[in-house]
Design a protein around this ligand. Structure first.
Ligand code: PBG
Length: 337
């Protein structure tokens, strides 16, 4: 690094950094990062017609029936959002130990995938393979003797990845944080003839308290009760370990990686982006979204300003793309700009 004195960065009053901030046109010229609709992945929830649409902890977000989802996706496509990520809602009575729904080829998520690929064929569709949307206990894996069994979980997610690829998923995004999942999914997809189906790995996913509203949205919160996911999701204290997770997932065949949550983990996004030559995504999760909405509803923050600011922060940290519940909102705000 060149010592600061040698760089002659300038001194007041000859140098006045405010000169470059005087006019809107000038600020546009010197902006170091740009946020565009091309950066956005809209996260959506799908339900069957008998399930409730409202998610009280996520104002402005609803669970859609497949028909509603198709209409919404058409709107996303009209606004040029490149892709959406989809999660199914199953209430407790519809969940079971051996994840029957998950391994049924015409389950809710797969039906939604098929409908989406038909209605908006040019929009990317990303799906999850974790078990938490299907299990009675709300954990992301198979439980044996009170423990999440890593390798038995791998067998299930490999099968589910193939089922989703068959239904038309463009990208499989495993979020369950089992060891070895990327390699196993890649092998299973290739063996089934889905060489072109991509893998976006939730590589550095932390055991976060900010997932609460999502767990309401997919129906896993009551199932989990007081349990946590600390034996498989990462400790918020760690960043070296995040780099190891990412390195292993790339080695195993991930096409892109993700850091999650977003705003509290910008340092992780930045380190991952600098350390690896692989598209790096960030997930602005439910709790981040809910905090902004709640503060705005109280009149404490201006939602539009603060929301776009958080998205820009992800770009500044180096993210190539952002999974967010406000994708459509952002696209519309950017058009007004
Ligand atoms: C679980 C999963 C979670 C999220 C996405 N996939 C929650 C969890 O790990 O319990 C959270 C997303 C959000 O909070 O928006 N496989």
């Amino acid at each position: 690094m060149i010592p600061q004195a040698q760089l002659k960065l300038g001194q007041f009053p000859q140098t006045r950094l405010r000169r470059n901030r005087q006019h809107e046109w000038m600020r546009r010229l010197v902006a170091e990062n740009k946020l565009s609709v091309d950066d956005l992945i809209q996260v959506v929830f799908v339900r069957d017609a008998s399930s409730p649409p409202e998610i009280p902890s996520m104002p402005g977000v609803r669970r859609y029936t497949i028909q509603e989802l198709v209409e919404y996706a058409t709107q996303l496509a009209e606004n040029k959002i490149p892709a959406l990520a989809i999660f199914p809602f199953y209430d407790k009575p519809d969940r079971n130990e051996n994840v029957v729904h998950m391994l049924t080829a015409d389950n809710l998520a797969c039906q939604a995938l098929q409908a989406l690929k038909k209605a908006v064929p040019h929009m990317g569709v990303i799906t999850d393979v974790a078990l938490d949307c299907y299990t009675t206990h709300g954990q992301d894996g198979i439980i044996e003797n009170g423990q999440i069994h890593n390798d038995k979980t791998l067998d299930v997610i490999a099968d589910y990845a193939v089922i989703q690829a068959q239904a038309g998923a463009d990208i499989i995004a495993p979020s369950e944080m089992m060891d070895g999942r990327i390699g196993v999914i890649r092998q299973a997809l290739d063996a089934a003839g889905y060489q072109d189906t991509g893998i976006m790995s939730y590589a550095a996913k932390y055991a976060s308290g900010f997932y609460g509203p999502f767990r309401d949205a997919v129906g896993s919160k009551n199932c989990l009760a007081q349990a946590d996911k600390k034996t498989y999701q990462m400790d918020p204290a760690n960043i070296q370990e995040a780099l190891r997770e990412v390195a292993m997932d790339i080695e195993e065949g991930a096409d892109s990686v993700m850091v999650k949550p977003g705003l509290p983990y910008l340092d992780v996004v930045s380190r991952v982006r600098q350390a690896f030559c692989v598209p790096t995504f960030v997930y602005q999760i439910s709790g981040e979204y809910a905090m902004l909405k709640a503060a705005a509803a109280n009149g404490w923050l201006d939602y539009d300003t603060c929301f776009l600011e958080t998205l820009m922060a992800f770009k500044r940290a180096g993210a190539d793309g952002i999974l967010t519940y406000g994708g459509l909102e952002a696209a519309q705000l950017l058009q007004q700009d």
